[in-house]
Design a protein around this ligand. Sequence first.
Ligand code: EPU
Length: 433
Amino acid sequence: MTSWSIEGGLPLRGEIAVSGAKNSITKLLVASMLSEQPSHFRNVPNIGDRLITQEMCGAVGAQFESPSAHGLIVHTPQITNHAISAELGGRNRLAIMMMGPLLHRSGRAFIPAAAGGDQIGPRPVDFHLEGIRRMGAKVQIRDGVYQIESDGLHGAEIELPYPSVTTTENLLMAAALAQGRTILRNAAIEPEVMDLVIYLQKMGAIIDYNVDRTFVIEGVSKLNGANHRLMPDRIVAASLGVAAVATGGDVFVRNARQTDLLTFLNTLRRVGGLFEVKEEGIRFFHNGPLKAIHLETSVHPGFMTDWQSPFLLLLTQAEGMSVVHETVFEDRFGYVSALQQMGAEIALYNTCLGNHCRFHSSNYKHSAVIKGPAQLKAAEINVPDLRAGFTYLIAAIMAQGKSIIHGIDHITRGYEDLEANLRSLGARIEAVQ
Ligand code: EPU
């Protein structure tokens, strides 16, 4: 695992380009395997999670070619294996997404139950399994492996208990080639889900989308390859926006797209952060005091849970008491203890400080009260996961003194050219042994 030393105290200034979304490319790679024809993706990010997913797809028959720096051709003429190894399945959360292509093209999908990815709550896959059962698959669990089998999926009426992003994407893929019509209610409508829908339509799928979070999918008998340019990563864009404002800097985030960031930008404006939307991206900057606010994470179009940790860090610099209520994942404040160690004043509660959410009677500390402004000081920190990790980097850039951050590899799963990019904005980073 890589460690960095960061000398903080300087604002970030300059320009940085955001590439394609992690949570889009990983699903698109899997979706491409629904067809035996090649697909060509552009604006593909060079990040760890994409490589892990590529390895997983490669292990069942996908072949890859990179015609350009951010281009990727995926071709799966044949499914060569229906089982994902425990080792690959444990490296991110994508293994369960393989069930659609594997079932349609080989009738079987054996998927390890233990998944990797950020530890931000129990993250079960019960919605995925219930959905595929309703579409006619047989699901058993043996020796820690979901053994999913089908001799032809059919359409079904499915109502999700909660608008889960990956469940929606998984069932969209399965339904695209199922026989008959699938109605998927209470579905997720995140921009990354819509990026997948757009790609599936290019492949030949028929997917209607109603105003009430319902997708209606008319199964087709065959999908073709397609060309697709990925949407920009709105989590990376927002994280960089926060980094600019929190350090009192001025950063132009090239390719940041206003439509994907509407709620983020409104919230930033409420706090007192400044931004200017330009044709090719968004400039984020700040000087003067910041204001405390109440904030609640939610499904799209609400304030996304992945923006929560960098934004909470920003709120440590706001004058007064801010409140953050996390309603999507029950355990997403694990990173707070390191910020407390750096001098932030944050208290966590298991009650809902805001609307009643699914976690109201649980013991999970899913609300935070932040008192600011706090002068952050340098610390030695271990990165637990991807999003928390980026937040620690910004905290170290804000803090006075030299911080040591261990476990940088967690962050490069989702952020491209991190070191070079942050250095180009003026961050003083050195790799340490
Ligand atoms: N849920 C269930 N059962 C299921 C599926 C979900 O109870 O079968 C619950 C989850 O436990 C959670 C809620 O539903 O409480 C929402 O989870 P969702 O399924 O929407 O999250 P996800 O699909 O596992 C994706 C992203 C996350 C992002 C969330 C929310 C990917 C690979 N991951 O996770 O991204 O935070 O949607 O937008 O797309 C990240 O990029 O770092 C990341 C964690």
